[in-house]
Design a protein around this ligand. Structure first.
Ligand SMILES: [Zn+2]
Ligand SMILES: [Zn+2]
Length: 142
């Protein structure tokens, strides 16, 4: 038994073991919240974190904390609240949504294709004749 501050409310309490970080009151609240989320996930298998927080009142940070500590199974959550870095659309995995990933692939391809001409090509573009000339030359080279 040792006196320590509750990790949640900061109140000094008598901890029966060093692994206990919450006072009895907060521990009970925590368990209640956890059960609520667990129950909610049972009924809403495809719930997103946003939906969970909205419907159970449990904070997003708390849910991430449970996932991080392995208390909550990440596979049970349809959407962890990840958003596409390209358009902000919510996604399940990775950094980009399908559309943005496809678009970026296209862009990359186009970029790659655009880099093919020799370094002098950009300068030659200023006059139509030289562009046509360079295209013909490139075609012949191929
Ligand atoms: Zn407490
Ligand atoms: Zn996107």
């Amino acid at each position: 038994m040792a006196l320590r501050n509750c990790a949640s409310c900061g109140k000094l309490f008598d901890a029966p073991s060093s692994s206990i970080r919450l006072c009895l009151q907060c521990e009970m609240d925590d368990q209640k919240q956890f059960d609520k989320v667990k129950e909610y996930l049972k009924e809403h298998a495809t719930a997103t974190v946003i939906e969970i927080t909205k419907d159970t009142g449990v904070g997003r940070k708390q849910i991430y904390e449970w996932v991080r500590t392995g208390r909550l199974d990440v596979a049970g959550i349809h959407d962890l609240g990840l958003v596409c870095e390209g358009c902000g659309e919510s996604i399940n995995t990775g950094r980009f949504c399908v559309q943005c990933a496809a678009r970026m692939q296209q862009d990359a391809k186009r970029l790659l294709a655009g880099q093919k001409p020799q370094s002098g090509a950009r300068r030659e573009k200023k006059t139509g004749f030289h562009v046509a000339d360079s295209i013909v030359r490139r075609r012949r080279d191929d």
